[in-house]
Structures are given as structure tokens and as C-alpha cells.
Design a binder for this molecule. Structure first.
Ligand code: SIN
Length: 534
């Protein structure tokens, strides 16, 4: 396997990062990458051995600050989605280990929550520094276990670390309130206090950033956490936890368990000591967690599936729309909750856009994420590929046309050709549900009202994108869209400084930004009486 030299990729990532906060995780498909003049040949085994030597490839879970196997010795294999090879095995844990992780987090909460905000902030800052110092190894782990191109993986490390930096700063700004009292001898206050132990259940598509987006604000305000990463991508989580320990975050404040999802989930839900569940993943699982959390009346934050419309109006700048739609659709090979799932194009610009967009998609290079020039990695597994195939078949059987791609890539297994479908209709499966793969369906519309109707005709409400040069229209349509996030003439909008989350069945609560920390806080009203001292 020819892979990009880590050092050279760092350089190209710096080149991207120099473009500002929104570019940290741009897929390099439309970034002008500098030439990679030095390459090294390294097979996956050598890379794995090096990562082990660095201490960042861990094969045990973290309970109360100690690395631990499953109590019954069971393991699960972690695969490289590009090759199918086993990278390593990790513990297959269940209820008993989860109970111990919760107890550790509960004990650690007593002291962590009592530390000053300044002290917690310093620990988080140190963790951020270590994440950045080990960006290369973390990027390699992400590409190994998740498959995204190495340069994009490095972008995720920056994106993920930024949540820790942001909440290190925000730790110092958890203000309460003084309320003017209606009675002369009383004084009324609001205190903000950490909720307690948090169960954080995270997905495979962003093995680092979806953890830091939850754990950053939780630790900042004094909560402790039990993380359950996806069993497909536990290695990045374990490496991040190792760096948290190195940063001096006390044992038990961050715990990581993995294995049997339903046993771990049920144990987190049943425990009265766990006061909050935060989850990123499918809407179906989110609904189960929400129902399960009701038994102990826990706080819940859910970041669930989307069905993002990307509306291109006749008055759009075609180049801007193509670039934006490309980023919104093909980031992480279409495997994000905010990926454009339906590209809805006005009839006057449809042909022009479809041609320019298909041409741009044709330039995307598919392959192993470590190979130079690759911008589209594999899908996470063969089941994901079969889902994409079945959605495309459904669309074609109902009258959609293949403008580009439309089949499994010659690399086979988990690789699908970047695909553009034309003449897609709202009733097709691909318009109703998230395809979570590199397929861009184009739908046609006539009027602004029709576009808004098509866009809102779904239970999902996470991200939406619009492309127009008409300022009044951009406001009108933004306000009419039933979505938590709207990109106007922009396809990559996620950043640690802005609130991320959906409406309708796309979730509850917001992550990131100054609002994200509220999800981990309780408000306590305090009334002081007899204040005039008579
Ligand atoms: C997700 O796919 O759930 C997260 C995407 C993002 O943070 O931009």
C-alpha cells in the first residue's frame, strides 16, 4: 500500500487550515493540495506497529483510570473498512463493566465538580494541546478504522480538538443570575451546577469529534463521563482517553467502555447515578434511548439522522453551488448526518448545474484513504454498501437516471462509485431516507414555494443548504425551512463556535458553542430570606 507520508500530509492539512475555521475539515476534493513530493511505503501492519509503539493504539477499555479487558475475556475485532483486515481486538464489554465505569465516574464527580473552573479549564487546555501534538497519529487511527482520507481525518482531529479548546475557555464563563426580588427582604439567585455523570454514546463517522463535542462541555462544567464509542471505531476514542489521562484529567472522570451496545446502553439508562444521556446516531436508536431515559427521568440530548435538502435556485452562482453541493454531499464519502441528501434544482438552471456538478464529481478519486490524491474513502462496511445499492436500484426502478457512477467501484467490497442521479422524485426511497453514501440525487422544482414544500416534507430537520444570489429570497427561505442548521451559499458549516442540532425528529438540544454547555447544567434557584435583618 502506498500511503501519504504523514509529514507531508500534515503540511497539506496546514495549507487547508490556513484558510480559516470552516476549512479545517474540508474534503480535499476542492482544495488546492500542494504536491506531495515525499512518500513512504508502509503497510497497514507497520503502521499499526508504530501506533502501538507510540502508546496510542490501545486494545483495552478505560475504567476508573485503569486499562481493562472484558471481565469474561471476550473481544471484538476492529476492521479496516478499506481492506477488511483486522487492525486489533478490543474488549467486548457488557453490563458489569459499565456498572463499574459508572461507579468510577460517580466517585470522580465528587472531586472533579469541586475543582475550580480555572483548574478544569487548564486540564482541558492541556488535553487540547496533546490532541494537536498527536494529530498525525490520531489522523492515522481515524483513517485506519473509519476509512476517511488521511487529510480529511487530520481535519477531523483539528475540528475535534477545537471543541476541547473552546470548552476549556467556556468553563470559566458558567455564570448564574441575580433576580430582582418582588419582596424587599428577599434575595433571589440562580446557580448553574453540573448535572453529574453523563453517558455519551457516539457514532463511527466522526470517531473523535463526536466524542469531544460531548465530553468537552461535560468536563468543563464539572460532569464526569462514561463514553461508549461505536464498536466499529473504538481506537480513536481510546487514544483520546489516553491523552486525557496524560493531560492530568483525574482517573474516573473519563471512562470508555465498548462491546455489547444494548447491554451497555441499558445499563447506562437504568442507572440512577447517570443523570444525562447524550447520543449521536440513528433516529431509531435515539427514540429508544429517549424512551429508556424516562424510567429515571434523565436529561437527554440527541443528534439524530437528517435528510438535508440542498436547494439551488435559478439565480444561484453555478460555480458556488457546485462547490457547495460537492462539499455538503461528498464529505466523508456521504457519511455525515448533515450531508446533502436531496439536491433540489430549479428548472431554469437544472441542466447547467447537473452537467457542471457531474463533471466535478467525476474528478473525485476513490481509494484507500492513505493513498495520495484519494478524496473518497470506503463506506464503513459491506452492509452500508448494500444499503446504497438498494437505494439506487429503487430510484432507477421508479424512473431516475444515472448521470454518473451508479454501481460498486472496481475496488469492490466497501467502495461505491461517486454517483449522480437525475430525475429523482420525492416518493423514491433515496428522497425519503438518508442514503449515507456517495450518491447525489437531483430533483427538479419550478417555484420557491414548491422548493420549500419539498424541503420540509420529511420528519427530519437537521441541516439544509440554499444557493441563491437574491438576498431577500435567502432570508425568506431560511426562515421557512424547518431545520436546525442552514447554509446559505455554503456547504460546509459545522464549527465548534456555532450551535449544532436539529428540529423535528432530528434531535433535541444543541452541541458546541456557548449554548452547548447548558445541556450539561442544572439550574438551581436560591431564595435568601430575612435579608433586612430586623
Ligand atoms: C454528524 O454527522 O453527526 C456530524 C457532522 C458534523 O459535525 O459536521
Amino acid at each position: 500500500m502506498t500511503i501519504i507520508s504523514a509529514r507531508m500530509a500534515v503540511r497539506s492539512c496546514k495549507h487547508l487550515c490556513a484558510r480559516g475555521v470552516f476549512s479545517h475539515y474540508l474534503p480535499s476534493m476542492y482544495a488546492a493540495s500542494p504536491p506531495l513530493s515525499r512518500q513512504i511505503s508502509m503497510d497497514a501492519q507497520t503502521l499499526t506497529a508504530r501506533l502501538k509503539e507510540s502508546g496510542l493504539l490501545r486494545s483495552q477499555a478505560l475504567l476508573g483510570g485503569k486499562w481493562s479487558d472484558a471481565y469474561d475475556g471476550k473481544t471484538i475485532k476492529v476492521h479496516n473498512p478499506a481492506t477488511g483486515e483486522v487492525i486489533t481486538e478490543v474488549p467486548c464489554m457488557g453490563s458489569n463493566e459499565t456498572k463499574d465505569a459508572i461507579s468510577s465516574a460517580y466517585d470522580a464527580f465528587k472531586s472533579w465538580s469541586k475543582q475550580t473552573a480555572a483548574a478544569r479549564s487548564r486540564h482541558l487546555r492541556k488535553w487540547y494541546d496533546l490532541l494537536i501534538a498527536h494529530r498525525e497519529e490520531l489522523g492515522q487511527l481515524i483513517t485506519l478504522e473509519q476509512g476517511k482520507p488521511f487529510q480529511e481525518a487530520m481535519g477531523e482531529v483539528t475540528y475535534g480538538a477545537n471543541f476541547i479548546e473552546f470548552f476549556a475557555e467556556e468553563a470559566k464563563r458558567v455564570y448564574g443570575d441575580i433576580i430582582p426580588s418582588p419582596l424587599a427582604d428577599r434575595r433571589l439567585f440562580v446557580l448553574k451546577q453540573p448535572v453529574g455523570v453523563v453517558g455519551a454514546i457516539t457514532p463511527w463517522n466522526f470517531p473523535l469529534a463526536m466524542i469531544t463535542r460531548k465530553v468537552g462541555p461535560a468536563l468543563a462544567c464539572g460532569c464526569t463521563v462514561v463514553i461508549k464509542p461505536s464498536e466499529f471505531t473504538p481506537l480513536t476514542a481510546l487514544a483520546a482517553a489516553e491523552l486525557a489521562l496524560q493531560a492530568g484529567i483525574p482517573p474516573g472522570a473519563v471512562n470508555v467502555v465498548m462491546g455489547n451496545s444494548s447491554d451497555i446502553g441499558d445499563t447506562l439508562l437504568a442507572s440512577p447515578e447517570v443523570r444525562k444521556i447524550t447520543f449521536t446516531g440513528s433516529t431509531a436508536v435515539g427514540k429508544k434511548l429517549m424512551a429508556g431515559a424516562s424510567a429515571t427521568v434523565k436529561k437527554v440530548s440527541l443528534e439524530l439522522g437528517g435528510n438535508a435538502p440542498c436547494i439551488v435556485f435559478d439565480d444561484a452562482d453555478v460555480d458556488v453551488a457546485v462547490k457547495g453541493a460537492l462539499g455538503a454531499k461528498f464529505r466523508n464519502s456521504g457519511q455525515t448526518c448533515v450531508c446533502a441528501n436531496r439536491i433540489i434544482v430549479q428548472e431554469g438552471i437544472y441542466e447547467k448545474f447537473a452537467n457542471a456538478f457531474s463533471k466535478a464529481v467525476q474528478n473525485l478519486q476513490v481509494g484507500n484513504g492513505f493513498t495520495e490524491g484519494v478524496t473518497q474513502g470506503p463506506l464503513i462496511n459491506e452492509a452500508a454498501l448494500h444499503k446504497v445499492e438498494s437505494f439506487v436500484q429503487d430510484a432507477l426502478s421508479k424512473g431516475a437516471k444515472v448521470l454518473l457512477g451508479g454501481k460498486i467501484h472496481s475496488l469492490g467490497r466497501t467502495f461505491y462509485e461517486p454517483t449522480v442521479l437525475g430525475d429523482v422524485k420525492s416518493e423514491m426511497l433515496i428522497s425519503r431516507e438518508e442514503v449515507f453514501g456517495p450518491v447525489a440525487p437531483l430533483l427538479r422544482f419550478r417555484t420557491e414555494d414548491e422548493a420549500i414544500h419539498i424541503a420540509n416534507d420529511t420528519n427530519a430537520g437537521l441541516a439544509a443548504y440554499i444557493f441563491t444570489n437574491n438576498v431577500q429570497r435567502s432570508w425568506r427561505v431560511t426562515e421557512a425551512l424547518e431545520y436546525g442548521l442552514v447554509g446559505v451559499n455554503e456547504g460546509i458549516i459545522s464549527t465548534e463556535v456555532a450551535p449544532f442540532g436539529g428540529v423535528k425528529q432530528s434531535g433535541l438540544g444543541r452541541e458546541g458553542s456557548k449554548y452547548g454547555i447548558d445541556e450539561y447544567l442544572e439550574m438551581k434557584y436560591v431564595c435568601l430570606g430575612n435579608m433586612m435583618g430586623n
